[in-house]
Ligand binder design. Structure first.
Ligand code: NAD
Ligand code: IPM
Ligand code: MN
Length: 352
């Protein structure tokens, strides 16, 4: 049998609650000859408050030795004065995405039967946002001058490289050929003329190599309209880091809630482990109460299995989630976090 090593970073708030269920499902879905060996790393706002560490170098090195990473969520309670200036999100989550070259932030959206969309007529929602993960407004290219004065100046410059955009766009086109062969670039080329021109030009150039893929362009503001009025029009969406962040919370909302939205931070070249996490955050408002829906974390396990080459196991997890959502719609009763994990594990094991 084969051992696959997983670094688990449960994190803060509901992170540990949803990761516990995700790991149950990972073990239940594992192929017979594969053993998932989990190493937990206690990182996040909680760790920072205890020890002052955000992501020590030696721990980052140890995380990198694993085959894949599962992350819950990081981020402390809003307004906690002890966290002012700490920035766990940047020092931990973004540090991992950047250092491990997770340039593809893959965020699929499916409206499963039984999941309740707030849209009256959502149609067949099945698209994937290919969000850039290592550039854009997230790079920390900026600063503050005359801080705290009435004349403060703050900048946050979005960094876009031809190398970074082209590799992402190529991934998105390739993905489109495995789906409905439709790709939509989302940007703001009418105002962000420098970065916009780069994204548009490289998308057009790669499009020429994929004549079977239909290519479309939308400004980010108009894209949010169509997410609400006609989400079924989308197949693959390719966009920058910040637009992709915002669009994917909206995608979660229209497809049954943020508690269902999964993601993979992918290093397609395999030079470092990829990382799988729900799109949502630490949800301090419901943390520690077993109220969080672990489905997003569980669907992230399906992405992990697929990434590691266990497509059958991945499909079994998605099928179990699909069946669970359908049965939830019938009963309608509120569930504890662990009940959902247990229900999905039961569906997986009953099929054996
Ligand atoms: P959030 O996603 O944590 O919460 C937004 C809303 O969605 C809340 O009402 C929350 O209760 C609800 N929600 C989230 N996940 C849910 C689930 N699984 N089931 C049911 N309801 C769920 O976003 P926020 O409030 O903007 O951020 C809270 C903290 O999380 C911040 O510190 C933020 O920086 C951090 N964050 C971390 C990640 C991450 O680690 N990947 C992602 C987003 C936000
Ligand atoms: C997400 C989160 C992160 C992001 C934050 C917490 C850094 O919102 O994964 O969507 O903006 O990428
Ligand atoms: Mn986000």
């Amino acid at each position: 049998s084969r051992t696959v090593s997983i670094a688990a970073i449960p994190g803060d708030g509901i992170g540990p609650e949803v990761v516990a269920e995700a790991l149950k499902v990972l073990h239940a879905a594992a192929p017979d000859d594969v053993d998932f060996a989990i190493t937990e790393f206690e990182l996040g706002a909680g760790r920072y408050l205890e020890t002052g560490d955000v992501l020590p170098d030696d721990e980052l090195e140890r995380i990198k030795q694993h085959d894949a990473i599962v992350l819950g969520a990081v981020g402390g309670v809003p307004g906690d004065p002890r966290l002012v200036g700490a920035n766990i999100e940047r020092g931990l989550l973004l540090k991992l995405r950047f250092d491990l070259d997770h340039y593809v932030n893959l965020r699929p959206t499916v409206l499963f039967p039984g999941a309740v969309s707030p849209l009256a007529h959502p149609g067949e929602v099945d698209f994937v946002v290919v969000r850039e993960g290592t550039e854009g407004a997230y790079v920390g290219n900026g600063g503050s001058m005359r801080t705290g004065t009435p004349h403060e100046v703050a900048t946050e410059v979005s960094l876009n490289t031809a190398y970074g955009v082209e590799r992402l766009v190529r991934y998105a086109f390739q993905l489109a050929t495995t789906r409905r062969s439709k790709l939509t670039l989302v940007h703001k080329t009418n105002v962000l003329t420098n970065a916009g021109a780069l994204w548009k030009r490289l998308t057009d150039a790669v499009a020429a190599e994929y004549p079977t893929v239909a290519v479309d362009y939308l400004h980010i503001d108009a894209a949010t309209i169509f997410f609400v009025t006609d989400p079924a029009r989308f197949d693959v969406i390719v966009t920058d880091n910040l637009f992709g962040d915002i669009l994917t919370d909206l995608a979660g909302a229209i497809s049954g809630g943020i508690g269902l939205a999964a993601s993979g931070n992918i290093n397609p070249d395999g030079s470092a482990p990829s990382m799988f996490e729900p799109v949502h955050g630490s949800a301090p408002d419901i943390a520690g109460q077993q109220k969080a829906d672990p489905t997003a974390a569980i669907l992230s396990i399906a992405l992990l299995l697929d990434h590691l080459g266990y497509a059958d196991s991945a499909a079994r997890v998605s099928d179990a989630v699909r069946a669970d959502l359908a049965s939830r719609a019938e009963t309608g009763a509120p569930r504890r976090t662990s009940e959902t994990g247990d229900a999905i594990v039961a569906l997986l094991t009953s099929k054996d």
